[in-house]
Design a protein around this ligand. Structure first.
Ligand SMILES: NC(=O)c1ccc[n+]([C@@H]2O[C@H](COP(=O)([O-])OP(=O)(O)OC[C@H]3O[C@@H](n4cnc5c(N)ncnc54)[C@H](O)[C@@H]3O)[C@@H](O)[C@H]2O)c1
Length: 381
């Protein structure tokens, strides 16, 4: 019988916050063997959540040896190397700082603190303590997003005419949908939908060095009351929809960059898109067509050309090249990028969002809040 000759010791992972995203992370580790020739092994060993029924779900994960309601108990364990934290935004700062001070590396959830000041404090502590920290943003790992990023980084578009990026949801169009913490400023943060969806939209522009010199924002609160899930109504005071009209300086060109983050966007279930138009070439990618990459080339006439990219993920997996990528694949790719970079093995592959990028995105959202307040054009910090 053949026995595997070499098993690198797995990176041992703890999750704090086992809700929607905590479970997605667990699922990514559970099929880690789908990655081909990947240099780092990952194993989920400990989970913390304050809800017993949420913790109970993780009993089915055979590698988990600690289930606790107290995140300090998880952080005190010597057998945890890396911690993923996916909790409501008002808890980010306290728990992220506890992770860093416990000597663990961190994959943080966005928006990386409830506001700009919190984001800066977390970033500064990570730098001071020398921890490896990255922030969750998985959509740039899609094949179409990767292709677009490479073309933009190589300057293939010529002079950029305009940039549009967005992330759109529609489920809040139903006024009977009960409120949760994401609808209330005290848990979600005053930035509202920009905190929820914004880093997803900002990640690629940030990586390409496209930072707004000015921001003009149109923010909307649409339903200000929702069912509380217990037979009553409750206040919902977060911004639901945000459109940011920004100007990016590219050389001497003042380029319009429009960023949309919306919870009430009819027909859109989880639509992440980016479009760049340049004088020589353009590209368009949306999760509405997850395999498909659109590009135009300037000739006597211009034509939009459509290519199916299939499963061209940055980190190779067992999945056939013609198959379709989906959300769980992105989560695993993002984790692969995090663990490869942590091990110094990322090479020239695309890396996860950095604390500096998360802080910069918060600067944009702060500018948007000020723009909305004063109905003015604002220069971000
Ligand atoms: N990357 C993405 O695509 C994506 C998608 C959704 C949410 N998020 C982010 O993930 C984070 C969590 O969002 P979610 O949708 O998973 O929320 P969720 O409400 O589904 O889960 C949050 C969990 O945190 C637990 N929790 C609350 N306080 C805790 C504490 N003190 N200690 C331990 N656990 C605690 C809750 O019981 C709950 O199970 C947020 O930062 C959110 O912005 C990211």
């Amino acid at each position: 019988m053949e026995t595997p000759s070499h098993h690198p010791a797995p990176v041992r992972i703890g999750i704090i916050g086992g809700g929607l995203m905590g479970r997605e992370a667990a699922s990514a580790f559970a099929r880690w063997f789908a990655l081909v020739d990947f240099p780092v092994k990952a194993e989920l060993v400990a989970v913390c959540d304050v809800q017993p029924e949420v913790l109970g779900w993780f009993r089915q994960v055979p590698t988990v040896r600690c289930l606790t309601a107290d995140h300090r108990e998880l952080l005190a364990r010597a057998d945890v190397d890396v911690v993923y934290v996916a909790v409501p935004h008002h808890l980010h700062e306290t728990i992220y700082l506890d992770v860093l001070r416990a000597g663990k590396d961190l994959l943080a959830e966005k928006p990386f603190g409830v506001d700009l000041a919190a984001a800066r404090r977390i970033r500064d502590e990570a730098v001071k303590l020398g921890r490896f920290v990255r922030v969750s943003s998985e959509f740039p790992f899609l094949p179409g997003a990767q292709r677009l990023q490479r073309l933009a980084a190589a300057g293939a578009f010529g002079r950029i005419l305009e940039i549009r990026a967005g992330f759109l949801h529609s489920s809040d169009l139903d006024p009977t949908k009960p409120a949760n913490w994401k609808r209330q400023n005290r848990f979600c943060g005053e930035v509202g939908v920009m905190g929820d969806l914004g880093l997803h939209v900002a990640h690629l522009p940030l990586r390409l060095g496209w930072r707004p010199a000015t921001v003009y924002a149109q923010l909307q609160k649409i339903y200000t009351q929702r069912p509380d899930g217990r037979g009553g109504q409750t206040e919902c005071d977060t911004w639901d929809n945000a459109a940011l009209h920004t100007t990016v300086m590219l050389g001497d060109d003042r380029v319009p960059m429009t960023l949309e983050m919306k919870r009430l966007a009819p027909t859109e279930t989880n639509t992440w898109y980016i479009e760049i138009l340049g004088t020589d070439r353009g590209a368009r990618y949306s999760t509405k067509e997850p395999k498909t990459f659109w590009s135009y080339r300037r000739d006597k006439e211009q034509w939009w050309e459509k290519t199916d990219l299939g499963f061209a993920m940055p980190f190779k997996t067992i999945t056939g090249g013609i198959f379709e990528p989906g959300f769980p694949d992105l989560m695993q790719q993002m984790w692969a990028a995090f663990l490869a970079e942590r091990a110094g093995k990322l090479g020239d592959a695309f890396g996860c969002a950095t604390p500096d990028e998360a802080v910069a995105s918060h600067e944009w959202w702060s500018a948007a809040l000020e723009s909305q307040r004063n109905q003015s054009v604002v220069v971000p910090a």
